[in-house]
Structure formats: C-alpha cells, structure tokens
Design a binder for this molecule. Sequence first.
Ligand SMILES: [Zn+2]
Length: 236
Amino acid sequence: VDRSRWAAEVKRPDWYLRLAGEYEALLAQARESPRALAQAIAHDVYSFFEDALENNMIALGTSGPEWDAERAPIDTAVIHHTNLEPGIDWRRIDAIHLTRIYARYYREPVPAEAAIRGKPIYSGHFRSERQLFVCYHWLIRQDGSRERLLEDDETGWHAGDWDVNCRSVGICFDGRFDGEQPAPEMTNAAARLLHDHYPHVSASRILGHREVNPTTTCPGDRFLDSWKEAITGSMG
Ligand SMILES: [Zn+2]
C-alpha cells in the first residue's frame, strides 16, 4: 500500500471507485497466497483503512439513504465467525466492513439506489462523532465475554440478504472455525446472550450465515453438525 498516495485519494468522495482496482487486486492476491503472506497483505490494506478512519482522513457521507427505516422486529439471529486470528479489535472489523461491504455496495448498488454510486459512503450509524461501518451487533470472545457493536435498532449488513438483515441480529464468534469448533465458553456465551436479549427468537430462527447465504462457509464447516445445537438447544 502506497500510504501517502492512498491518503490523498481517500479525501475524495469517490475514493472507493478510484482505489478499488488496487485494493481489490491486493485482496485477491491475499486469497491466493499462503496464510502468512495473506495475513501480511490483508494487514497492510486494512490497517491503512483502520488508521484513516481513526484519524478522520476519509471523505464520508453526512447523509444518505436511511436504511434503518426498514428495520423490522428482530425474529432471527445469524451466527458468523471472523475467520481471522482471535483477539481482533472492533476497529479492524470496522475497516474490513467499510472496504468489503459498504465500498463494494456503493460501487455496485441495486438499480433502485444507483444514484449513490460515486457519492461519499454513509452508514447512518454513529457513535459520538464517529461513523461506524461494522456490520455485526455482537462479538463473542474466546473467553466467553461479549461486546456490543451495533444497537438493535441498527440494521447490520451481515447476512448477504436484505430481508434477513432487516429482521436479524448478527452475532460473530471471534476466531477461525473451519476445521475446529468453538470452546463451550463461546457457545454458552451465545446461548446466554440470546436468552438475555432475544428470548423471543425461536431455535428454528437461529441460523448460520451459510444457511442464509450458501455461497459462504461462515461460521465454519463444523457449525451445522456440531456446535449449532449447543446454541439452539436451550432456546424454545
Ligand atoms: Zn458470516
């Protein structure tokens, strides 16, 4: 990443069109690389956006479509994993979702929202002065603690399906769960979270991301045959 040139580009409202070729090529290179190199490339890209967000360097929208107006009563929980090393800071997830979810949507919006292409990116989610792009409502840590990210009246762009996004909470497990399953501390924490905050969500509406969107393996290849039951077993 040529940080000084990127820093100049992200000051322009359509930075995500101007830089897309470069960052998408880097992310594609990461996907084809051995893990250590892939992590180094991803770190290079996302630490740039994380720092740029933190230092208020990116041209962002102050208004835009009010997607949260379509928020519906929550009747669904969608389970994810970060598919990254555990211990990630929410600011890094924020940078990843800005780049991979919001920037991609603003480049190729649905026809009804075509007018947003080239406009500065706007999520409508704010904490104090800071605009948020993170798409999960909760993060479950490896020790069983939980962190609140989005509020329940905010729509997270996490499920890959707009109807499901509008009626769901996104709950993300911190770690990689392809080839292994989360410790009982984590599945117990998710069950407790659902019990405490979403007791009206039925077990049949607790879904892995892969059940909503079959193009992903999220939250890992053991979810359906092993640890889903540890979460849903205690729900009605
Ligand atoms: Zn997911």
